[in-house]
Design a protein around this ligand. Structure first.
Ligand SMILES: [Ca+2]
Length: 377
């Protein structure tokens, strides 16, 4: 996920906040355990990718001990050609700005109210309606096949990359090599992703040096990490290639498939605002992303939804700090599924509310068109 928009960057700097965002498929794996915090973006540094990077002329990473080991394994386990790997890693560059971005601690955690303002802007809503209109057929097909409403898929792609406008400018081979070989704290994770990336590039007949993504190696419209790409991306237009880098139809099918595989329930709601009873049990609030209560048990603890929901449905209660004060919400299984994309309740709530706004705007536009249409009797 990608917040390199100048507008956001400028806004946050103006407010004196150093905020970064780890988003998308990246977060689904990287950020386990970090729930509400909005983490460190490659912000600022992304506009000047060369700045501060250490030069490794000629050999790049090919002589690095960890790269040598990885190449050995790719040759032994996956029959890659050693010379080919050497040639790629000779060109892979260590990027200091990526190390800076990933190791910079989140110096401020956004409240829900602040986070919401980033994503629920009119321009993102309007562009979402447009993206929906342009990809209506694919979105309907994805809903039929996977049960995920078009507005939810559109909102994910809108939050991740602003509908494909910001898919990341880092060479994925540089990003993953830098993090696998020079970022010990997550070396294991990124080494695994680097191997997945080489396998993916071979499967998709792509030159690994030609593929770009986020500073963490997340790619395409929906910002999938390589392992997620291989596991969940789908050739939704049936042309023989799974291309979520440039093909919005494949991207739409892949996001919907990701949700379906993580347990999305067709036709069920996502989250409900509640007014808690005066003697509510605060201990259940924000306890875990995974629903550990039921609608019935939350009702007994002071969180009763206005809508009648199945009493035994798994649910979780949340308190979020909104602009107008604390908000209380009850999330259902589908809310949890959105957090499988990015382990944050703020993220899931933003996606959900953006999807609602896009749906509303699309339907208003539709009714305007109908109203304005001449009557041909
Ligand atoms: Ca395809």
């Amino acid at each position: 996920m990608n917040f390199q928009s100048l507008g956001l960057s400028r806004l946050l700097k103006l407010e004196g906040m150093v905020v970064a965002f780890l988003l998308g498929g990246f977060c689904t794996q990287l950020m386990a355990g970090s729930q509400d915090s909005v983490q460190n973006p490659a912000q600022g540094s992304v506009q000047t990718p060369a700045q501060g990077s250490v030069q490794y002329p000629a050999q790049g990473y090919s002589q690095h001990a960890k790269a040598q080991r990885l190449m050995d394994e790719m040759v032994e386990q996956h029959q890659f050609k050693r010379e080919e790997l050497e040639a790629w890693f000779a060109q892979a560059e260590r990027k200091q700005n990526i190390l800076d971005a990933i190791s910079r601690p989140a110096e401020k955690t956004l409240t829900w109210g602040q986070y919401r303002n980033i994503f629920l802007k009119d321009s993102r809503i309007q562009k979402g309606v447009e993206f929906w209109r342009q990809n209506r057929e694919a979105l309907e097909a994805a809903e039929n096949k996977y049960g995920v409403p078009p507005a939810v898929v559109v909102a994910i792609i809108g939050v991740e990359t602003r509908y494909g406008q910001h898919k990341g400018k880092h060479r994925v081979l540089d990003a993953l090599s830098t993090l696998a070989f020079d970022y010990p704290r997550r070396s294991k994770f990124f080494t695994k992703e680097l191997k997945q990336f080489l396998l993916l590039a071979r499967e998709q007949q792509r030159d690994p040096l030609s593929l770009n993504g986020s500073y963490a190696g997340a790619m395409g419209y929906g910002q999938f990490m390589p392992s997620s790409y291989r596991a969940y991306a789908t050739d939704f237009d049936g042309d023989g290639f799974v291309d979520i880098w440039n093909n919005p139809v494949d991207a739409i099918g892949s996001v919907a498939n990701y949700f379906a595989r993580h347990g999305w329930r067709r036709g069920e709601s996502v989250v409900h605002r509640v007014n808690p009873a005066e003697d509510y049990e605060a201990s259940v609030l924000n306890r875990s992303l995974k629903p550990s209560e039921t609608i019935a048990s939350l009702g007994q603890k002071g969180f009763r939804t206005e809508q009648i929901l199945p009493p035994q449905a798994s649910a979780t209660a949340m308190r979020l700090r909104g602009e107008q004060g604390d908000e209380y919400w009850v999330g259902l299984k589908n809310f949890y599924v959105i957090t499988r994309y990015n382990h944050s309740r703020l993220y899931a709530m933003a996606v959900y509310q953006l999807s609602q706004k896009i749906e509303q705007a699309a339907s208003e536009m539709q009714s305007q068109v109908l109203t304005a249409a001449p009557l041909n009797h």
